[in-house]
Design a protein around this ligand. Structure first.
Ligand SMILES: [Zn+2]
Length: 129
């Protein structure tokens, strides 16, 4: 988990590209002068617990989006992301951690139907120039 760019709105970049609000009622020590918040190990663990359900819903929604757009099963999604089906299944239920690069890849593929179709159909790259 990385913490950067904390703003007045009390959000935290839970994982790269995934900014979430700090749960209401969660007390975070802050510098009296500049307001910078300090995240202890204990607080970070509590935040991971608080965020995990929403994070897993997000991962499942992204995979579902790819599946519906291309009419494919979880195994095919996993292979398009260079993963085994059982690993992806475990990532979707939270028993295995998905790497940030894989999550970003999935998110981008979910929004790039043309490129995902090229991958699925094993078509060559479009000629450059
Ligand atoms: Zn300060």
């Amino acid at each position: 988990m990385s913490i950067k760019n904390l703003g007045e709105d009390r959000t935290v970049e839970f994982w790269m590209g995934l900014r979430l609000p700090i749960p209401k009622g969660m007390k975070i020590p802050a510098c009296g002068a500049c307001g910078d918040m300090y995240f202890s190990e204990e607080i970070l663990e509590a935040m991971v617990r608080a965020f995990t359900p929403a994070y897993l819903r997000h991962l499942n929604a992204v995979v579902q989006e790819v599946r519906v757009a291309h009419g494919i099963d979880v195994d095919r999604v996993a292979r398009a992301c260079c993963m085994r089906e059982r690993n992806l299944v475990r990532m979707l239920d939270g028993t295995e951690t998905m790497g940030q690069q894989t999550r970003v890849l999935l998110e981008v593929l979910a929004r790039s139907p043309g490129e995902m179709a090229r991958l699925l159909e094993d078509r060559p790259w479009a000629p450059l120039g």
